[in-house]
Each structure stands twice: as C-alpha cells, then as structure tokens.
Write a protein that binds this ligand. Structure first.
Ligand SMILES: [Zn+2]
Ligand SMILES: [Zn+2]
Length: 152
C-alpha cells in the first residue's frame, strides 16, 4: 500500500501471474500501431504508464514475448497474456496493459498513438491523437494535462 492509499491489482487470463500498482498512472494510452494490433489480436492496445517504483509482480514469473526486441514485452508463460512492457531506454516507467487490471473501468485512454496505422473503423475517446508518437518534449505537458483532467 502506498502512502496515498492507491493500490490496484491485476493479472493475466489464468492468474498464474499477478501484479500490483501502488502509484497512480501518469497517463493512459491507446496505441493503434500494427504491432499492438497483432499483440492484442484486436484493434488497439490499452496501457497505463506507471512509475517503476509503483509496480510489483506479486505472483509468477513473466517471460519476454512479442518481438523480443529492445522494448521488453512481458507475458504470462502459461496463458501468454501480454501484461506489461518495459520500454527501451525508459527505466522510470512501466507500460502496464490497462485491461489486465482487475478493475480497468477508470483507465480511459487519454492519448492515442499511431493513428496513421489504425483500422479505419477504430476510434477511442482519447483527448490527444498522434499520427505516430508524440515528440519527447511533448510528454511533460501531456502528463500535466492528464493529472489535471476532469475527473482526476
Ligand atoms: Zn496466465
Ligand atoms: Zn503500438
């Protein structure tokens, strides 16, 4: 349990891997890239960017999946659900697949990326859309806007 009392648990399809987050996400996202389409077998991925210090695997031993490239995608070794990603060169945050949280209702995607690759019919309620990824310099403003959004 963190100092402000925020704590949420999540897990894979078979619950052999469980995790908890004890810090609020700094932003929520949908990604329409074709890689996320393949990884999710769906139209887009949903994620919550959580400080690494607020993320703990509490059960099981997730393994690397996806492309096994510089971004490390972690999956359950049994049911193969995609659980979280440790992005290359960003040690301070973990990209948790938001729908793996036991209660994902509040994780409305605030920004969406790679709309240049999205399926023509796919849409999300994201407030900010990017054809690819936002510039690195845009992140502080995006995180601040997310923290100050209605309903925060
Ligand atoms: Zn599993
Ligand atoms: Zn993607």
């Amino acid at each position: 349990m963190s100092v402000d009392g925020f704590s949420q648990d999540g897990g894979c399809r078979c619950n052999r891997v469980r995790f908890s987050i004890t810090q609020k996400p700094v932003i929520t996202m949908a990604c329409h890239c074709t890689g996320c389409q393949k990884m999710t077998s769906s139209a887009f991925s949903l994620s919550a960017l959580v400080p690494s210090s607020g993320f703990t695997v509490t059960l099981g031993d997730p393994v690397i999946g996806g492309l096994h490239g510089v971004d490390r995608h972690y999956c359950c070794p049994h049911c193969m659900s995609w659980l979280f990603t440790r992005p290359n060169d960003v040690e301070e945050f973990i990209n948790v697949r938001a729908v793996m949280l036991d209660d994902a209702n509040d994780y409305v995607p605030y920004m969406e990326t790679w709309t240049s690759e999205k399926l023509p019919w796919a849409s999300t309620p994201a407030v900010h859309s990017f054809a690819q990824l936002p510039a690195r310099e845009a992140f502080p403003g995006l995180l601040q806007a997310y923290a100050e959004r209605d309903g925060a």
